[in-house]
Design a protein around this ligand. Sequence first.
Ligand code: 5AD
Ligand code: FES
Length: 369
Amino acid sequence: MSRTRQLIDRLARERVLSAGEFAELLRSRGPGDAEHLRALASEARDRVFGKSVFLRGLLEFSNYCRNDCLYCGIRRSNRRAERYRLSPEEILETCAQGHALGFRTFVLQSGEDPRYTPETMAGIIAEIKASFPDTALTLSLGEHPAGAYALWRKAGADRYLLRHETRNRDHYAELHPPTMTIESRVRCLHALRELGYQVGCGFMVGSPGQTPERLAEDLLFIHELSPHMVGIGPFIPHKDTPLASAAPGSVDETLFLLGILRLMDPKLLLPATTALGTLDGTGREKGVLAGANVIMPILTPSEVRAKYLLYDNKICTGDASSACRMCVQHRMESIGHVVDTVRGDHPDLGPPPPPALSAPPPPAAPALQ
Ligand code: 5AD
Ligand code: FES
């Protein structure tokens, strides 16, 4: 058996490899290895989740951002981005539409927009949870003080997505302004975990400067953190950023990494991302076949969705939410999967069981005299 095949089989058994072995596997993967990994990862996913794919409605409510990440189309320095923000009422109204479409998880995502203070956000969160008590709420709002995370958790937020982007300090510095550090990012992830959020980290595949060795650091970091979710997708250049002329990431490498992540943690919530669907017309289907089990159709209102552009050529920017909802359902059915509109919590977690419907049995009748 080939060396790479052996590494994949050992990963399936032991769930982790050394940094050197991960790097070797990524560097030497061939088409046969990809197919072998896909089969094992798909099996591992099926044992935990069957053919169910969880849906999350993605609501991109503001593209203002105080940060300046070099890869991102809504970075502060991009004067050409047309900025928008939705009011709390518009956010609530969009959730109502999403709920009617069957979504039971909403993901509120934005740039780091100081206009929504921690208190404003907490109000929005509490209202969504009061209006739709059967839904889970995920936040994806970037880095904030632990106090804000605590406030939002108390207001009812269940999950938080904060991609670490790259665990390698030098690579992180190559992709971000000097005001941002990987240490701060990791501190946020630990704070979120301690507050009881279901936590997601993740990275772009093929970002400029990424190497197999650096990817191995990401994988070992994920092994240590043991998050509930991991979001990965290919890097895609945005024309109005400093990385405009960089090459995009590879679809095959993204699929291979999805398989590795699935073998590292069969219970992981692992989305097939919009970026994957952007680089390849059937990228999301391929992602699910490679081991993913979550899809996040866009729920952002039509009037603004074409403005939330982190990268070029993003799909779905001209589609209505209802169209995306049905489109995703058909796409999943075309590959033998089914969309599942439950909350879709991590298998080890989730809400407390609902109170018993029937009243407790009456006390035994007193014995007859
Ligand atoms: N290409 C692909 N993904 C990107 N993201 C930001 N910019 C790009 C890009 N140019 C990802 C980042 C971020 C997430 C919300 O989107 O990983 O965490
Ligand atoms: Fe948006 Fe297919 S998911 S059009």
